[in-house]
Design a protein. Structure first.
Length: 233
């Protein structure tokens, strides 16, 4: 499976990077109490921070709002997933545990202040192209409605779009039957490739320490805009 970024993205957003973890032989199940506790405690800490700070005071939130604007989207109308999570927390509408994959994805997103998405590889058709969405691009999302992805970074396979830093699709969602997953981190553009790789590998190590399996980590950026995952196209 080849994952490739459209070079036009780098023209609009210099420094744009994706961290990618490919997990194999994982077990997705109810999260252990340790993870549930960490996710709850982290949200409570953020709630108190948000009483003193604006959303734009968080560097990751601010940077991804800037990416939205650079691509022509309205960050006040279509909020990236991390800001959406933080806005829930500010209202004390805390994220409830779901399963290991979703809970870790949410934890990483809040911890690093970056959007992240996790996808079932078995549900991905062919190769993946990363680009800015066109007028016709969209999908039925995990938020229960159809989402337009015009001018938003999106992941598209040979069938249709399926992922973005906005909201992910139902089609490629991870379930407790998933054993092979792709975890995508929408890295802050200000972070260099070495830092991005360290973040990606650290998340991969924590993920496999809880869900088992193996992980291979990659970072896509202007100097390396494509990668072959699992040795197959």
């Amino acid at each position: 499976m080849k994952i490739e970024m459209d070079t036009k993205l780098f023209e609009a957003v210099p420094g744009l990077k994706l961290g990618i973890n490919h997990y194999t032989k994982i077990t997705v199940s109810e999260s252990p109490q340790m993870l549930k506790g960490r996710l709850q405690l982290f949200q409570e800490q953020l709630f108190f921070e948000l009483e003193e700070k604006n959303f734009s005071d968080f560097p990751g939130i601010h940077e991804w709002r800037t990416v939205w604007k650079a691509l022509g989207a309205d960050p006040n109308r279509y909020r990236h997933s991390t800001e959406a999570l933080m806005r829930r927390i500010k209202k004390q509408n805390y994220i409830q545990p779901f399963h290991t994959a979703v809970d870790l994805n949410n934890f990483f997103s809040l911890q690093h202040e970056i959007p992240a998405g996790i996808y079932d590889v078995e549900k991905i058709v062919g190769n993946i192209h990363v680009s800015s969405g066109k007028e016709a691009d969209g999908y039925d999302g995990l938020n229960g409605r159809f989402n337009s992805l015009q001018n938003i970074v999106l992941l598209k396979d040979n069938y249709s779009p399926f992922g973005s830093p906005f909201v992910d699709s139902i089609r490629t969602s991870v379930t407790e039957e998933t054993t092979d997953a792709l975890h995508v981190f929408f890295i802050r553009p200000s972070m260099d490739a070495r830092e991005a790789f360290e973040l990606t590998t650290a998340c991969g190590s924590m993920f496999t320490s809880i869900s088992g399996g193996d992980v291979h980590s990659y970072v896509l950026h202007e100097g390396q805009a494509s990668v072959i995952v699992n040795g197959k196209e």
